[in-house]
Design a binder for this molecule. Sequence first.
Ligand code: ATP
Length: 223
Amino acid sequence: MTLLEARDVALSFGQTPALRGATLSAQPGEIVAIMGPSGSGKSTLLHCLAGILVPDQGEIWFDGQRIDTMNESRRSLLRRDRFGFVFQFGQLVPELTAEENVALPLLLGGVRRPAALRRARPWFERLGLAGLERRRSGELSGGQAQRVALARGLVAEPGVLFADEPTGALDTLTGEQVMDLLVSSAREQGTTVVVVTHEARVAAYADRQVVVRDGKVNALVTA
Ligand SMILES: Nc1ncnc2c1ncn2[C@@H]1O[C@H](COP(=O)(O)OP(=O)(O)OP(=O)(O)O)[C@@H](O)[C@H]1O
């Protein structure tokens, strides 16, 4: 069974073709790494799969629904309710505490504040962040902030977690800790993960690695 699929997707930004016939699918619970050189179309592919960008050609399917033809408000609800996101720079809301940041997807989904905070709190213990619940993002290290962002990406138990260079701003050791936690938490919940990275070490955590070159997807062939 396929949970998420891009079929023969093409997308240009003006005269610049970013994707030209990209095809990729992910099974439920599968962790897929998208590798490839800078500018090859990795982030664009992730944004198409996540319903953030709409391709010029091709189709995007999630859980039996074609999402590229949905209107923006339906796609936005789908993103809110079924997808989680982690970006390179945590992108925490600086005015909120760490626990409010983690609770945010639940609050946006209509969960009341006390219940949302109750669901957010266990993530601090689980991700080695106990005691940091009330800190603001400016008072966290890069690795701590990225673990808070990871908790925020997973707290609503999304079907798919999209991670774009989640370790890109971290040193090697901190990056590995974040990937260990990302993979173990996703597996525990059965969340499918699509992770964009240019680092082979990060991609090695995935069940399957693909390479984007010139806007097309190829299976990684190791020598
Ligand atoms: N918003 C945009 N406007 C114009 N061109 C864009 C835009 N986003 C991406 N591109 C172009 O599309 C191509 C693919 O970009 P994309 O960000 O998907 O590559 P990438 O593989 O993720 O690169 P990197 O590893 O450097 O992040 C590049 O040529 C890029 O310059």
